[in-house]
Design a protein around this ligand. Sequence first.
Ligand code: SAH
Length: 259
Amino acid sequence: MKRGKVTLVGAGPGDPELLTVKAVKAIQAATVLLVDDLVSDEIVALANPGARVVYVGKRGGCKSTPQAFIQKLMIAAARDGDTVVRLKGGDPFIFGRGGEEVEDLRAAGFDVTVVNGITAGLAAATALGIPLTHREHAHGVVFVTGHAKPGGRGTDWRALAATARDARLTLVIYMGVSSAQYLQDELSSGLPASTPVAVIQNASLPEQRHVTTELGQLAKAIAREHISSPAIIVVGEVTRALALAAQPQAPGSPCRVSM
Ligand code: SAH
């Protein structure tokens, strides 16, 4: 039986120029692409015109395609001998369930390759010139989700705030804007209300926007500026340096089109 191959490819934060060379090669070689919501159309356009493109995010039609179905699709295509690329926003292994997909594919007997992408937290910080581990201000950085698995135990934000304070860590929060008030309240137990914060929406895309504020004003600032998902919240002294050099935006038309 001819067996296809599966590659999980990180599509980065949106700007096609932030793709790795390896990612471009894998996209061009694919005969089937399963594409997540946060992957821009310009990136999908790099695929071979003969490739089958399946949107498995919200723009695929349904609210979002159940994970089990995506996994079945991938396995079926690989069994048919296809070269399957699973295109995921950012990096496949930073949130976004890349780990679960690899486990399933391996359990089904397939070799899986993973290609890194630039994760949104890195792109968002760099877009504003925030050096996440500037040694004057931070000894490390934590990537953390503001949205825990349904039914699962959420992040202990109070413990994290105390650790961030004591160990001087920058917090990079994914999927946090809709629970900004909760995050603000919990983090304020360990971090001063004056801790600088930056929130970046649509990092690296032409429609990128941001707000800078203090932890004590986080929810208000997000509401006032109408910042919504997808966005990254960066908490820590390193965000003070951002006056330095916000990166110029790449020209071009908006590349997120809902279908
Ligand atoms: N694997 C992805 C993250 C998936 S979780 C990665 O490595 O980037 C989805 C979350 O990522 C969004 O809710 C948002 O918090 C963040 N995100 C993705 N793309 C973004 C972008 N262009 N700008 C800001 N945040 C983004």
